[in-house]
Design a protein around this ligand. Structure first.
Ligand code: RIB
Length: 317
């Protein structure tokens, strides 16, 4: 078994579960995070940059370079819906200090992704936990960039047509359906996707959540603070605790092995539907006779997922 650590770029829209996932990857025994790239999603991209710097500040990791990325979707949208993540996209928490944005790199996210994959061909893993606009833009600028990636992991899309932002679409794909479509069709490196369903199915109970947040470290306290409003809202709504980006992070960390079942399939994104715009469409029965372009995680071990979360929370003491 190779003991060489892998290099990771995290492309993020700086939300609450993004923070959770970023902390998990900063703790990874497998990956070294070499850059964070920001994209419009849970908030506008300038706010995303602030949020990512706050997250890195809480982890004492402001030495990792942060790049600002696309402010508009491929179709030119820059609005962001009011959501679970609050006005600022990070839980509207007054106790979190404003960061020093002067540490932001001057290079854009897409230029940095293209450059890094040229400097380190075949060595970089990309983890995408926001809309796929930066990746699609990089592909438009340099169609070969995907072939220089080692692999790519995406949280986004859905496979039973149950949406969390519209009736049938998942938030990250719906925020930029054209970008998601370009990435699925053109990225060309081994790509694994954690969709919405597997995340919702493996949410934690509120007792498990309280157990998770009882550890006293700085990152844990930061998460507890930014989660306060959405947790109260979720309890009122009768939901459980389901952080989708943290599910993807857990699937990338092992041991323990979290992924129990995957399907290698062809998938694309609906770009014309009146009700289904932005919905991922999976050719489960190979009707289109296309080569598979995606490995979809269809089943995870819920106990192993919880163990990974607890391990991250404990390591912060
Ligand atoms: O649908 C879940 C995704 O959208 C996550 O990346 C989360 O941050 C959200 O806004």
């Amino acid at each position: 078994m190779s003991t060489q650590r892998k290099m990771l770029i995290i492309d993020t829209d700086g939300g609450i579960d993004d923070a959770h996932a970023i902390f998990m990857m900063l703790d990874s025994t497998v990956y070294d995070v070499i850059a964070l790239t920001c994209v419009r999603g849970n908030s506008g991209v300038e706010q995303v940059v602030c949020n990512v710097l706050k997250i890195l500040g809480a982890a004492n990791k402001l030495n990792i370079p942060v790049y600002s990325g696309c402010a508009f979707s491929i179709r030119g949208q820059n609005t962001t819906p009011k959501s679970y993540h609050g006005e600022d996209g990070l839980g509207d928490c007054p106790s979190v200090e404003e960061p020093d944005v002067s540490v932001l790199q001057s290079e854009t996210a897409t230029d940095a992704i293209i450059r890094l994959t040229k400097e380190l061909p075949g060595e970089i893993t990309l983890m995408c936990i926001g809309p796929l606009t930066n990746l699609a833009t990089a592909l438009k600028m340099d169609p070969d960039f995907g072939s220089r990636l080692r692999d790519c992991f995406i949280m986004g899309g859905n496979y039973y047509g149950k949406g969390n932002i519209t009736v049938s679409a998942e938030f990250n794909f719906h925020s930029d359906p054209e970008a998601a479509s370009i990435v699925l069709e053109q990225l060309g490196c081994p790509t694994t996707l954690v969709g919405l369903e597997v995340c919702l199915k493996n949410g934690l109970t509120w007792d498990q959540y309280r157990e998770l947040r009882r550890f006293p470290g700085k990152r844990n306290q930061f998460l507890e603070a930014i989660e306060r409003n959405p947790v109260a809202f979720s309890i009122e709504e009768g939901w459980n605790f389901s952080p989708p980006d943290a599910v993807l992070a857990a699937c990338m960390s092992s041991p323990p092995e979290v992924v129990m079942e995957t399907k290698h399939v062809y998938a694309t994104v609906e770009l014309d539907g009146k009700f289904t715009y932005g919905q991922m469409v999976v050719d489960w029965n190979n009707v289109l006779k296309k080569n598979p372009n995606l490995t979809i995680v269809t089943k995870i071990d819920k106990n192993a997922f919880y163990t990974v979360l607890i391990n991250t929370a404990k390591s912060d003491i």
